[in-house]
Design a protein around this ligand. Structure first.
Ligand code: FEO
Length: 402
């Protein structure tokens, strides 16, 4: 658990650090853990904003009660129904049976399916509607598909705080510091991008709509449901979300290969070496069998230039490369430049199936693919050099040789 921390007068974060769960959503590795943030506002009326994952912290309700100091809870605002935040709604309802649950019609549809008929507790709000807590007013903005269809954000008008649901969140626990006064966004950026690309990345268009909708609000603090509270680096986190949701990328190259017996791996290294020796500064190489898909997706979000390489496998591309290509199609990532190659020992198939992916991706194809028969001999490596040089030239054309 985290210690209860006051982030503004009468506003508390009741966060939970989860270092135990191995896989977020039972799919995404959590080497740095994750936090689930819940917020409690104490005013003439008291409001809890979202809860935490069920069972992530047995002291959650006690900590809410400790801050309330014997008062009752008037409102439970549900910005997002995914169970990492709605998990403790049942416990809150049992402890405060008269609490009004604030949400929109879609929130309630999901809530009924999770918690049974609790409609007597519902307080439905429409887009831009507000409730008064006394000194403070909470206004609600629907932001569908950032990350689920019911997702909304809550704006506290007195201190200009945006409770942003999943948006601006990140993997990684908050280690001591829950606000960004004491941490640099750089220490979170990779995990924030991995979180964004894998969890929210499919909905970039809806993120853009939300940024546009909230663009006129003065925001002095962003309180997401994962990771630090942003006070000092608001422009930076909003800038990153804007960049990622538009599909903008760095002028960097990522080479991802699938190799059974190290031939395609050696070819990928040679391609990376030629690109690098041509003056391109940021080139990264990954083995699809070694690096988890979520990190590869994150790198694809970061890098504008992509080189994919696959050995042939049963007349097709390697299964894990196929999984990566399927994921890219699923996320609908746009605006990348692609080169691809492969190797084979008899009938081939890696390049043939990569070609199908390339044609459906909508990405710029930098050059013709190369399909190598046999081992990574010097002669065969030389056949890949025009492809590597074309990738390097493509970077230089875009950066003016910087
Ligand atoms: Fe952190 Fe979409 O839940």
């Amino acid at each position: 658990m985290q210690t209860n921390v006051s982030i503004a007068d009468g506003i508390h974060i009741i966060g939970v650090n989860d270092r135990r769960t191995q896989l977020f959503e039972n799919i995404w590795p959590l080497p740095c853990g994750v936090s689930y943030n819940s917020y409690l506002i104490v005013d003439e009326k008291c409001a809890l904003l979202d809860t935490v994952d069920f069972g992530s912290d047995g002291t959650y309700l006690e900590r809410v009660e400790e801050i309330l100091g014997g008062r009752s809870l008037d409102y439970l605002v549900v910005n997002h129904m995914e169970p990492d935040h709605s998990g403790e709604i049942g416990s809150v309802l049992r402890r405060f049976p008269d609490v009004k649950i604030v949400g929109n019609s879609l929130t309630f549809k999901i809530l009924l399916s999770y918690f049974g008929d609790v409609s007597a507790n519902f307080h439905e709000v429409k887009d831009c509607e507000a409730i008064s807590l006394g000194r403070r007013t909470l206004r609600f903005y629907t932001t569908p598909w950032v990350h689920w269809p019911e997702t909304m954000m809550t704006y506290e008008e007195t201190e200009k705080i945006l409770f942003s649901a999943d948006a601006f969140g990140t993997f990684g626990t908050t280690d001591g510091a829950v606000t960004d006064d004491m941490v640099d966004i750089k220490s979170y950026e990779d995990e924030m991008r991995r979180y964004y690309s894998n969890i929210v990345g499919k909905f970039g268009g809806m993120v853009q709509k939300a940024l546009c909708k909230l663009g006129s609000l003065e925001i002095k603090m962003i309180c997401p449901l994962h990771g630090p509270v942003w006070k000092r680096q608001i422009a930076e986190v909003v800038g990153l979300y804007d960049k990622w949701s538009k599909g903008d990328a760095d002028e960097s190259v990522v080479v991802i290969y699938a190799s059974m017996y190290n031939n395609t791996a050696q070819m990928a290294d040679h391609v990376a070496s030629v690109i690098s020796q041509s003056g391109v500064k940021d080139v990264k190489v990954y083995d699809v069998s070694k690096t988890h898909l979520s990190y590869l997706i994150s790198e694809l979000w970061r890098c504008r230039y992509v080189v994919l390489a696959s050995c042939a496998y049963n007349g097709d591309m390697f299964p894990l490369m196929e999984q990566l290509c399927t994921s890219i199609s699923h996320y609908g990532l746009k605006g990348r430049s692609l080169a691809y190659f492969g190797s084979y020992s008899f009938n081939g198939g890696g390049v043939r199936s990569l070609k199908k992916f390339a044609e459906s991706s909508g990405w710029d194809i930098i050059c013709e693919p190369v399909d190598i028969f046999g081992r990574a001999t010097a002669e065969n490596l030389a056949k890949l050099e025009p492809l590597a040089e074309a990738v390097a030239q493509s970077v230089k054309n875009n950066t003016g040789g910087r």
